[in-house]
Write a protein that binds this ligand. Sequence first.
Ligand code: AGP
Length: 612
Amino acid sequence: MCGIVGYIGDKQAEDLLLTGLKRLEYRGYDSAGLAVVGNGGLRVEKKEGKVDDLRKALSNGSMEGTLGVGHTRWATHGAPNDVNAHPHVSSDGAFAVVHNGIIENHGVIKKKLKEKGYQFDSETDTEVLVHLIEEVKREANLSLPEAVQQALTQVVGAYGIAVVSREDPDLLIAARKGSPLILGVGDGEYFIGSDAAPLVEHTRKVVYLSDGEIVTVRRSGYQVRTIDDEPLDKEVHELEWSLGEIEKGGYDHFMLKEIMEQPDALEDAMRGRVRPAEGEIVLGGLHQVWDQLRDADRIIIAACGTSWHSGLVGEYLIETFSRIPVEVEYASEFRYRDPIIREDDVVLVLSQSGETADTLAAVRQAQSRGALCLGICNVVGSTIARETDAGVYLHAGPEIGVASTKAFTAQVAVLSMIALKLSKGRTLSDAERKEHIQALAEVPDKVRAVLRQSDDALESMAQVYRYASNFLYLGRGYNFPVALEGALKLKEISYIHAEGYPAAEMKHGPIALIDRFMPVVFLAMKDSTYDKVLSNIEEVAARDGSVIAITDEENGELDELCEYVLRIPQTKEFLSPLLTVIPLQLLSYHIAVMRGCHVDQPRNLAKSVTVE
Ligand code: AGP
């Protein structure tokens, strides 16, 4: 996720801004840059890579000036490189902008600006905003604050921006809509930050900007207005958090932060793509190859770990809604077993990091045999994202915890979008597809409800089960892959042995394991598989097994059969993995914490397995 810092005061800005960017490193980024106003000029330095690389680049001549902005970029539009790094500068070099967020209508605006003669150096949506501000300023002869305000009224999407100009060395402008920004209030100096991490060492007095607000800051003071120019009198808050707490958003671990931010990550994954009113799904990244995917004879999904689990959900989704045969492969097996890949096959790889060696090898294997290879990745500009022929980014923000959580749900959401788009003219009428797309759009709020309703219950359950030596996770249909994912979550962060199985497989062996020391987690939503799952629960309960069931909030059954029944909101069957996985993530998290495990960096594991 991008990070923004800003400073206006009486100290040299460069070192303050660099230190501020270091405080934002935890957010994940791929490039960094500064713009400093001083000696009548505006100087910009920006580079792909880390903040330390930027600092080294500046060591041969510091940037004089006591006003400036800085940025760490998590690429959303355009690969990570020096040109796409922020700040972006107006054509006349007068002012610089840093931006966090996604401008959905950047294409339309860019086209109009090009017709007016503007040149674009980068692939970013941010540069479009810079030239839009410039054009609005020129056309209506506005001041910079007025031009920023006017330009932002034409922007669709999410933004947090900061702006400085060589023409006014006593002016720092910041505005937000959807991407947090905080104003730090010092003594004759002011700070801007995407969160409090870069501010807390300078001041604990902060003003939280809300969506649709813009602040103009001078050394003598600041004024907050709405984007419609209404002056606001904002409360000054006192920061309580330590730096460590701030980096985790106030949560004890990155994993818990990432579990809790899944509703926002899902909204970001769907932003501009899921269009319920039109009954359409728009996936720009697949536009060039859509016909080939739509007409594929077979789709081969290859991935590892959690991404392999979301791939299994994808198999059910794509076969249900498109009737295209789908095979799901462990990338590590696919790459070595001399697979049969026919000309009209399409290979689809899933990888949060975009760097997993086995999955990258599967891409190269597929392409060496002439197959179209698509990638669903979270890290923009990652190797897999660059080497696949086309793809879809998750836009889930950086996932720092080793145990994948929001990437799983974002992957399933993207696979749902692909499946629903493939359903056109095949399995769903326009009305049915519109209804399914609406149900998908409603998932983030249902995830919010699950998080709100179940965390305390799961923490209590974790107290009971934290000493268990083995767990079984069982599900059918769409929730069989969720059973596998729940088992993986538990074993990788709590070190308890856990296995996921299709519930019906119980009778082919695992039922021999059942006794009162074996917790068995059932995914028992009232869907087309429920009656069969209920029989499996009865089989386990009859053998004194300890059953935990995840079911619909309307389902009053199961209490007599189960130790615990956790009820969650209902949704369409094909979307249930997006809800049923949440309690399993939280149960694993709480058990791991109670067992004193290192939740964010479990033993023996790496966030991205870049070795074979
Ligand atoms: C999941 O919690 C693990 N961190 C691991 O299985 C992971 O999903 C796997 O290594 C694949 O990583 P990728 O999605 O970055 O390719």
